[in-house]
Structure formats: C-alpha cells, structure tokens
Design a protein around this ligand. Structure first.
Ligand code: HEC
Length: 163
C-alpha cells in the first residue's frame, strides 16, 4: 500500500511540475505578413477560403487562431503542438505560394483525397471544434476545388512545355 502511495504521489508531482509555463511550447503565431499564403498565388474562392480558415488553418498554417483554455494544461499542449508540427510539415497553407508547381500539384491531390475520404479535420479536433465540421456539400466543394487546382497546374505546365 505504501508503494502505491509513493507511485501516486510521483504521478501527481510529475503532473504538477509539467504545468510550469517553461514547458509550454511556443505558440504557433507569427506577425509576418502572410505573403506566401495560398490565396496570394491560387484562385481560392471566398467560401473555400472560409472553410480552410475554419477547418484547416489551426493545424495547417502559421496562425493557430484561438488557443483553447485547455492548451495551458500539460500534456495537452505538447500533444496539440505535435499535431500542428506534423500537420505543417505535410501541408502549410501559409507557405503554399512558395511550393514549386510539382509539390503544389501533389498537395492538391492529397487534399482531394483527404476530402473525398473525409479524413480531415482530425476527429480528435472536431470533438472540441464543432464549428470546424464540414457538411457533405462542403466536402464536395473542397474536393472539386482541389481537382480544379490540379487541372490548372497541369495545364500551366503543358503550355509552358509547348513554348
Ligand atoms: C487538428 C489538426 C488538423 C486539422 C484541423 C486538419 N489537419 Fe490535416 N493533418 C493533420 C496532421 C497531424 C497531419 C499529418 C499526419 C496525418 O496524415 O495524419 C495532416 C495531414 C494532412 C494532409 C496530408 C495527408 C497525406 O496524404 O499525407 C492533408 C492533405 C491534410 N492534412 C489536409 C487537411 C485539410 C484540407 C484540412 C481542413 C479541411 C485539415 N487537414 C485539417 C492535422 C490536422
């Protein structure tokens, strides 16, 4: 029984210590102008842009909009931060304009796939962000947009080669 108490005390102490702000990862925010944002280089209609802002930008951009109160509780912030870092490595809408055409085409293909299979936004995120949920129609609009963007990129590539 004594051992059990020690273990419980150890766990409690660990959780107490990791709450120290020093261990909270830096926020995913920058003051820089979003000059390489996807909308600066690609045709993103307003409704599509709103869906991206509402449902994707918290993880796939350099601007997580609002950090929820539970961000201050460890290990939640580590877990969230890890998701953001992984997500940005795969796809960063704040840097999309800098992607070379081949990479951009590939990313639009992946977006199409994710929207067709409704794999994004992550389920764990939707539990706390009901407003980020996408309707069937919105999934369809995003899919069609991603297809159109791939076609435009391929078309540009073909006409560049024809020169
Ligand atoms: C809660 C964070 C979060 C949100 C919100 C989110 N994603 Fe992701 N996304 C991730 C993570 C983490 C990965 C990388 C790991 C993985 O593939 O599961 C990822 C990967 C991706 C990939 C690459 C998949 C591949 O083929 O490897 C695409 C494309 C993508 N997300 C699109 C989107 C779109 C579009 C939205 C909005 C509709 C969105 N995501 C919203 C976290 C998120």
């Amino acid at each position: 029984m004594k051992k059990m108490k020690k273990i419980l005390f150890g766990i409690a102490a660990f959780f107490f210590i990791i709450q120290i702000p020093l261990f909270t990862p830096e926020r995913n925010e920058t003051d820089a102008e979003p000059e390489s944002d996807i909308a600066t280089a690609y045709d993103v209609p307003m409704d599509i842009l709103m869906h991206l802002y509402n449902s994707c930008y918290d993880c796939h951009s350099n601007y997580t909009r609002e950090y929820p109160w539970y961000y201050h509780i460890q290990p939640v912030s580590w877990w969230m931060n890890l998701h953001i870092q992984q997500a940005k490595k795969e796809l960063n809408f704040s840097e999309f304009a800098n992607y070379p055409p081949e990479k951009a085409t590939k990313k639009f293909e992946e977006i199409q796939e994710m929207m067709e299979e409704r794999k994004m936004p992550l389920k764990s995120y939707l539990i706390m962000h009901q407003d980020a949920k996408l309707s069937s129609e919105e999934y369809r609009d995003l899919t069609e947009w991603a297809i159109r963007m791939q076609e435009e990129l391929r078309h540009k590539k073909d006409s560049a080669q024809a020169l």
